[in-house]
Ligand binder design. Structure first.
Ligand code: PAF
Length: 281
């Protein structure tokens, strides 16, 4: 596996791979601190493409001023070993000055109406930062397909919309959330939790699972489905930032039509956690 630090070298490497007939090219965008969830994305990419690039870039543009950019975990050597073990061809790990040579990008990608709902309420600049860096990564790596986790359900919906609206020739592949044995969705931020907080954090998926069971039994009232999650969180002493039933494609409130996603965000200890389940699919 090659580690590439510059845009120029990355472009040359992808051109050489294509010239050697290695297509489709897959990209797995990440911020590192790999866990089994990232590794599942890498494996999916590997199944779909003979040439796999994993980008590792902790993107300052998507962190708010009071957020954890400075202390976000950066275990580079462990990450490199894990990507190598998954058969990744290139680990693209540019420094900040390479991605933003003139300071933070002045051009920003945003999707009014979709960037500000759900997590966007507490993190008003977050998704603009995500979309801007993903657009840059698509332009630098020029992948045929890109794999993202479904845990970040809002992010996935926004990226699909951006690709459609801006005609990126990239197929966006969503991969199911990977969970630890207790149901907690794997996240690099889980390392901020101690054992008692991990137990409380498991209430997110317990609540979502209760609501999914109710949906499967025929419940379609959004307020009741939300209430089941809120009750489960309350029993564990967790106060949600939001619990909402939305359309998974437009993120508008689900009112009976289209694919449904029940999404939750909550702070547990020092970690802000998100999770979701798709209903009816
Ligand atoms: O999901 C993430 O890890 C990040 O938001 C992404 C997509 C790599 C952009 O920085």
């Amino acid at each position: 596996m090659k580690v590439i630090r510059t845009v120029r070298e990355m472009r040359a490497a992808v051109a050489a791979a294509r010239a050697a007939g290695k297509a489709p090219v897959a990209l797995v965008p990440t911020m590192g601190a790999f866990h089994a969830g990232h590794r599942a994305l890498m494996r999916r990419a590997r199944e779909l493409a003979p040439w796999v690039v994993v980008s590792l870039f902790v993107n300052p543009l998507q962190f708010g001023p009071a957020e954890d950019y400075g202390r976000y975990p950066r275990p580079f050597d462990e990450d490199r070993a894990q990507a190598e073990a998954e058969g990744v061809d290139v680990l693209f790990a540019p420094p900040v000055e390479e991605m933003y040579p003139d300071g933070p990008s002045r051009t920003r990608v945003t999707i009014p109406g979709m960037s500000e709902v759900l997590c966007g309420r507490a993190r008003p600049t977050h998704f603009t930062g995500v979309l801007t860096v993903v657009a840059k990564l698509f332009n630098i790596v020029q992948p045929d397909l890109a794999v993202f986790g479904e845990k970040d359900g809002q992010q996935l919906a926004l990226i699909r919309r951006m690709v459609q609206d801006l005609n990126f020739p990239v197929q966006v592949v969503g991969h199911p959330t990977v969970r630890e044995a207790g149901g907690l969705a794997l996240s690099s931020r889980n390392r901020y939790l101690d054992a008692a907080e991990t137990e409380r954090a498991r209430s997110l998926y317990r609540g979502l699972s209760r609501a999914r069971a109710a949906w499967e039994a025929g419940e379609r009232d959004p307020a009741r489905l939300v209430e089941l999650v809120v009750e489960t969180l309350a029993a564990a002493g967790v106060e949600p930032e939001y619990v909402e039933l939305v359309r998974s494609d437009t993120l508008e409130p689900w009112t009976g039509e289209g694919p449904a996603m029940l999404a939750v965000a909550a702070r547990v200890g020092a970690a802000r956690l998100i999770d979701n389940v798709r209903l009816g699919s």
